[in-house]
Write a protein that binds this ligand. Structure first.
Ligand SMILES: *[C@@H]1O[C@H](CO)[C@@H](O)[C@H](O)[C@H]1NC(C)=O
Ligand SMILES: *[C@@H]1O[C@H](CO)[C@@H](O)[C@H](O)[C@H]1NC(C)=O
Ligand SMILES: *[C@@H]1O[C@H](CO)[C@@H](O)[C@H](O)[C@H]1NC(C)=O
Ligand SMILES: *[C@@H]1O[C@H](CO)[C@@H](O)[C@H](O)[C@H]1NC(C)=O
Ligand SMILES: *[C@@H]1O[C@H](CO)[C@@H](O)[C@H](O)[C@H]1NC(C)=O
Ligand SMILES: *[C@@H]1O[C@H](CO)[C@@H](O)[C@H](O)[C@H]1NC(C)=O
Ligand SMILES: *[C@@H]1O[C@H](CO)[C@@H](O)[C@H](O)[C@H]1NC(C)=O
Length: 840
C-alpha cells in the first residue's frame, strides 16, 4: 500500500515536472539527459543541477553537478567524465538495459559509467538536495542500499554529509583530487584523504609524496588542526572501526552553504557569505604544516627562529647554515639508548605537540597511560607513547615505532580541550639533564626579570608588584599576602602586609574565612545563586555589616588552580578604576577557592541587551554611557602602569552594571600581564567563541588588538541589540558579516536596535558602526588601539578611515601569516623585555 502510494506519487510528480520544464528531477530507463537538447537534472530544493558544461576556456564537454543558485564560475562540485571529455555536444546520460548509469557520446562510445554492484529492477537516478547523485531502486530509500552514489567518487569538492575515507568492507576509498587546471577537470597530482593504519589520519599528497598531514583524531579534533572542531557552524564526525574509517562534516545552520575544495596547492574550506565565497580555513598554513619540515625529532615552532628546534635531549644531525635543506635532516639522540636495562630508560613529557606521524604506530583504545608506558618500555623499537584520546583527562594508548617525524608545537588551545602530551623515550640520564636545563632556564628568566626591574627603575617607572611577586615565585617563596594558617576574624577582614628586603609594600588583600562566606551566602543556597560564571557559580552574599557582595566559588573541577587564582586575585586587587569590578577579598581554605567582589545590583549587560523579556536599554544616552565606560575601563587595563593587561575574554556577560548603569568590566581571571609567567605550557586559550579574534582563536596569538576585536563585537551588539553568534536573522554567518554587508551597501542604519526610544543622530550612529567595523578587521595591525578608538568617538564620521574586510570567518591564507603576526604578540617573558627595550 505504502509502496503503491509512493510510486504513484513520485511518478505523477515526475510526469508533471517533465512536462513543465527541461529540468527533470530524475532519470529512468525511459528518460535521459542530453547535451544537445540542453536537458538538466535538478535537486528537489533546486539547490543543485546536473548538466553538461565546458570548463574555463575549454570546448570539451563534461557532465557535472553545479550549485544552481549561486552566481559566478566557481560552482562545479562534481564531474562525471573527468578522464574522458566529450569533444562535441553528443553526450547523453542514460540508464542502460543492464541498469547501469552510462554517459554515451557519438558512436555510442562510453565516456563514463557508474557501475552498480547489483542488477537493478526499476532503476531511478536522482540528484538529492545534498548534491549527491544517486542510482537506486525506485522503491528503495535507505542510503545504505543505493546502487551507486556520486558521494562515493568525489572530484575536488567535499560537501556537507559526504564521507571522506574508507569503506573497509568493500575497499572503496573516497579521496579528493585536484583538477589539473581550470580548463581540465582531470585528476592532478594533489589528493586529500585518509591514510589507514592503526591510528588513521588525514593526509594531503602530491603524487606519492606526503605533503601535509592532519595528525590523528584525538576524540575532539585532529591533533594538528585544533580549529577543526565543532563550532556553531560546523559539526565534524570521525569514525574509525573495523568496517570503516571516515571523516565527515555537516553544517548546523541550514541557510549556510559551505564546501571544501582541494586545488593545486592547498585545501580550502569556503562559506558562501553575502554574495561571495569566503575562505574559512586553508591548509597547509605555514612552513610548519609542510610534512616533516624539520626532519626526525625536529620540533617545528613557528614563533621561534630558526623554526626548527630539536626535541629536548636531541641534537641536530648536522650543524649547518640553517637553511631548510639542513633542517630537514633532523635531530638525533645525544647519547645511545640502552634497550635492555629498563632502569636507564626515561620518558620526557612534551606538552602541546601535534602527534608525530602515525604510519608506524599502534593503538589500544582501552589501555590507560600507565599500561601504555609499560607497553612502550617493553619494546625496544617503541620511541614514544601518548594517550590516544584527550576527552575526560585522556584515555587510550598510542605507541610509536621508529623515528618520530613531523612534530609541531601547536599553538596553545582552548582551556576546555586538554593538551596533547607525548612521552618520548630517552636515556634516564638525558632526561635528568633536560630537567636540570629547565631549571637553569628558569634561573635565566629570573635574571631577565631583574634586568627589567633595573630598566624600569632607571626610567623611573613604578615597578609592577606582580612582577616582583612573580620573581619571588621563582625562588619558591610564598610571598602571596594571604596564607592558609591565618584564622580570619569574624568580620572576615585581615590585612596582612609583608615587606620584602628593600621592596615596596606587598599588596593587601582581605582574607575571609570559609565559615563567614558560607554564612554570608546562606550556605551557598540556590536562591542566592546569581549565575554560573566561566569558572564556577556566583552567589549573592551579605556580610555581617550588611554589605552586599558577589561570591565567586571556583569549581574544583575547573582548570583554575592556585596559580590562576593568585593571578586573578592580585590583578584585580591592584586595579582600581570606576569601570572595573572591585575585588573585596578572597577565601582559600581546604579545597575551597572563593573570590569576593563588590555586588552590582543590575546584573550584566547581556541580560539587558539580549534577554527576551527584559530586553532593552531603551535610551541612546544610556547606551553611549555604557560604551564610554567600557572604553575607559579597557584603556585603563591596556595602559595601566604602562603595562598592558589583556583581558582576553571581553564579552557582554562580563560587563556588569551598577544601579546607575555604570558599566564595570569583570572576570580578570583570564587576564594576563604582559610579562607572562615564563612557561609555555600554561599558555592556554581562554575565550568565548564569537568574541575571539581569528589570530587568537586559531594560533593563540593575543595582544591588545585581540581585546579590541572583542570590543568591536561588543560594540556591534550594543548598537544592534543582537548577539554575534546565534544570529539567525539573515543569510549572514554572524552579526559581523551582517554589519559588513549592510555597510557595503550603505544600509548601516538598518542595524540600529529597533527598540531604541530616541534615535541617535544618523551621523553619530554611522560613526559608531564605522568604529566597530575598524575594530573587527581581519588583520590585527589594521585595528585601532583603544586610545585611537577614544579619539575616533569625537571625530566627524567623514574623517574616520574606511574599514577593511572584517574577520567574520576564520579564513586566512599562508600569506597572511607574515612576520607582523608572529612573535611580538605571543605573551612570554622574553617578549616583554624586548618590547620594553624597544618602546622605552
Ligand atoms: C541551457 O539551459 C540553461 C538553463 O536551463 C540555460 O541557462 C542555457 O542558456 C541553455 N543553453 C542553451 C545552449 O540553450
Ligand atoms: C565516430 O566514429 C567515426 C568512424 O569510426 C570516427 O571517425 C569518429 O572520430 C568517431 N567519433 C567520436 C566522437 O568518437
Ligand atoms: C565500470 O566498469 C568498466 C568495465 O569493467 C570499467 O572500465 C569502468 O572503469 C568502471 N567504472 C567505474 C566508475 O568504476
Ligand atoms: C553532529 O553530528 C552528529 C552525528 O551526525 C549528530 O549526532 C549531532 O546531533 C550533530 N550535532 C549538531 C549540533 O548538529
Ligand atoms: C588555491 O586557492 C587559493 C585560494 O583561492 C589561491 O590563493 C591559490 O593560488 C590556489 N592555488 C592554485 C595553484 O591555483
Ligand atoms: C588492549 O588493552 C586491553 C586492556 O589492557 C586488553 O585487554 C586488550 O587485549 C588489548 N587489545 C589489544 C588488541 O592488544
Ligand atoms: C615491538 O613492536 C614491533 C612492532 O609492533 C613488533 O614487530 C616487535 O615484535 C615488538 N617487539 C617486542 C619485543 O615485543
Amino acid at each position: 500500500m505504502d509502496i503503491f502510494a509512493s510510486v504513484f506519487l513520485s511518478s505523477s510528480l515526475l510526469v508533471f515536472s517533465f512536462v513543465s520544464s527541461d529540468a527533470a528531477d530524475s532519470i529512468t530507463q525511459s528518460r535521459f539527459l542530453s547535451d544537445i537538447e540542453n536537458t538538466t537534472l535538478v535537486s528537489k530544493d533546486r539547490g543543485f543541477v546536473l548538466w553538461f558544461f565546458s570548463p574555463g576556456n575549454s570546448n570539451n564537454r563534461y557532465l557535472g553537478i553545479w550549485y544552481n543558485n549561486i552566481p559566478g564560475k566557481f560552482r562545479v562540485v562534481w564531474v562525471a567524465n573527468r578522464l574522458k571529455p566529450i569533444p562535441d555536444s553528443s553526450g547523453v546520460l542514460m540508464v542502460n538495459s543492464a541498469g547501469s548509469l552510462v554517459l554515451l557520446s557519438q558512436n555510442e562510445t562510453v565516456s563514463w559509467s557508474a557501475n552498480s554492484t547489483k542488477q537493478a529492477r526499476n532503476p531511478i537516478v536522482e540528484l538529492l538536495v545534498s548534491g549527491n547523485l544517486v542510482l537506486r531502486e525506485e522503491d528503495e530509500e535507505n542510503p545504505e542500499n543505493y546502487l551507486w552514489q556520486s558521494f562515493d567518487y568525489p572530484s575536488d569538492t567535499w560537501l556537507p554529509g559526504m564521507k571522506l575515507g574508507w569503506d573497509l568492507r568493500t575497499g572503496l576509498e573516497r579521496r579528493l583530487t585536484e583538477w589539473k587546471s581550470l580548463d581540465d577537470p582531470s585528476p592532478g597530482e594533489m589528493s586529500w584523504g585518509i591514510e589507514v593504519h592503526n591510528y588513521p589520519e588525514l593526509v594531503m599528497e602530491k603524487g606519492s609524496q606526503k605533503y601535509f598531514r592532519s595528525g590523528p583524531w584525538n576524540g575532539i579534533f585532529f591533533s594538528g588542526m585544533p580549529w577543526l572542531q565543532a563550532s556553531p557552524l560546523f559539526n565534524y564526525t570521525f569514525v574509525s572501526n573495523k568496517d570503516e574509517v571516515h571523516f565527515m562534516f555537516e553544517i548546523t545552520k541550514i541557510s549556510v552553504i559551505a564546501r571544501a575544495v582541494l586545488n593545486q596547492s592547498m585545501y580550502l574550506t569556503y562559506v558562501w557569505v553575502d554574495g561571495e565565497w569566503e575562505v574559512y580555513l586553508s591548509l597547509p598554513r605555514d612552513e610548519c604544516d609542510v610534512y616533516n619540515f624539520c626532519g626526525a625529532y625536529g620540533n617545528c615552532i613557528i614563533s621561534e627562529s630558526p623554526i626548527c628546534q630539536c626535541v629536548e635531549g636531541f641534537k641536530p644531525v648536522s650543524r649547518g647554515t640553517g637553511d631548510p635543506e639542513e633542517w630537514s635532516r633532523g635531530c638525533e639522540g645525544k647519547s645511545q639508548l640502552s634497550c635492555e636495562d629498563k632502569d636507564k630508560i626515561g620518558f620526557l613529557k612534551l606538552v602541546g605537540l601535534k602527534m608525530p606521524a602515525t604510519t608506524y604506530s599502534w593503538l589500544n583504545e582501552s589501555m590507560n597511560l600507565g599500561e601504555c608506558r609499560v607497553k612502550c618500555l617493553n619494546n625496544c623499537s617503541c620511541m614514544a607513547f601518548a594517550n590516544s584520546y584527550i576527552r575526560d583527562g585522556g584515555s587510550g594508548c598510542a605507541i610509536w615505532f621508529g623515528d618520530l617525524t613531523d612534530i609541531r608545537q601547536m599553538p596553545p588551545y582552548r582551556q576546555d580541550a586538554n593538551s596533547q602530551d607525548v612521552y618520548i623515550r630517552m636515556p634516564a640520564s638525558e632526561q635528568a639533564n633536560s630537567i636540570k636545563k629547565e631549571v637553569k632556564n628558569k634561573q635565566k628568566t629570573k635574571v631577565v626579570v631583574i634586568v627589567v626591574v633595573a630598566i624600569a627603575v632607571v626610567f623611573g617607572v613604578l615597578m609592577i608588584p606582580y612582577c616582583i611577586w612573580k620573581r619571588s615565585n621563582f625562588r619558591g617563596e610564598d610571598l602571596i599576602s594571604f596564607d592558609f594558617s591565618n584564622r580570619a576574624t569574624e568580620r572576615g577582614l585581615i590585612n596582612k602586609k609583608r615587606t620584602g628586603k628593600g621592596r615596596t609594600k606587598e599588596m593587601e588583600l582581605p582574607l575571609f574565612s570559609f565559615s563567614s562566606v558560607s554564612t554570608a551566602t546562606n550556605y551557598f543556597s540556590a536562591s542566592n545563586k546569581l549565575g554560573e560564571g566561566g569558572f564556577g557559580p556566583v552567589y549573592k552574599g551579605s556580610l555581617l555589616n550588611g554589605q552586599l557582595v558577589a561570591v565567586k566559588r571556583l569549581s574544583r573541577k575547573s582548570g583554575q588552580g592556585w596559580e590562576e587564582l593568585k593571578n586573578e586575585a592580585m590583578l584585580i586587587a591592584k586595579l582600581q578604576h570606576k569601570n572595573l569590578v572591585k575585588l573585596l577579598g578572597c577565601c582559600i581554605e581546604r579545597d575551597e577557592k572563593i573570590l569576593i567582589y563588590e555586588y552590582l545590583p543590575n546584573k550584566s549587560l547581556d541580560y539587558f541587551l539580549f534577554d527576551p523579556i527584559r530586553r532593552g536599554i531603551k535610551d541612546w544616552a544610556t547606551r553611549t554611557h555604557i560604551i564610554e565606560g567600557i572604553v575607559q575601563g579597557l584603556l585603563y587595563l591596556h595602559q595601566y602602569s604602562r603595562l598592558q593587561i589583556i583581558h582576553r575574554d571581553l564579552k557582554a556577560s562580563n560587563i556588569l552594571l551598577d544601579k546607575d548603569m555604570n558599566p564595570k568590566i569583570s572576570d580578570f581571571g583570564l587576564a594576563r600581564i604582559f610579562c607572562g609567567n615564563g612557561s609555555q605550557a600554561t599558555n592556554r586559550i581562554v575565550g568565548t567563541y564569537g568574541y575571539m579574534s581569528p589570530e587568537y582563536a586559531m594560533e593563540g596569538l593575543f595582544s591588545i588588538k585581540s581585546d579590541v576585536f572583542s570590543f568591536g563585537v561588543l560594540l556591534l551588539e550594543i548598537l544592534s541589540g543582537k548577539k554575534n553568534t546565534g544570529f539567525y536573522q539573515s543569510d549572514s554567518i554572524n552579526l559581523i558579516g551582517y554589519a559588513w554587508n549592510l555597510w557595503k551597501s550603505n544600509r548601516s542604519l538598518e542595524l540600529m536596535d529597533p527598540i531604541l526610544g530616541d534615535t541617535p543622530p544618523t551621523n553619530v550612529f554611522l560613526s559608531y558602526i564605522n568604529i566597530a567595523l575598524l575594530c573587527v578587521q581581519e588583520n590585527a595591525v589594521d585595528r585601532p588601539t583603544i586610545s585611537d578608538v577614544i579619539s575616533m568617538f569625537n571625530k566627524e564620521p567623514a574623517l574616520l578611515p574606511s574599514p577593511k574586510k572584517p574577520a567574520f570567518s576564520f579564513g586566512r591564507g599562508m600569506e597572511d601569516l607574515g612576520s607582523s603576526k608572529r612573535k611580538p604578540e605571543i605573551c612570554s617573558l622574553n617578549d616583554m623585555t624586548v618590547s620594553i627595550l624597544e618602546a622605552r
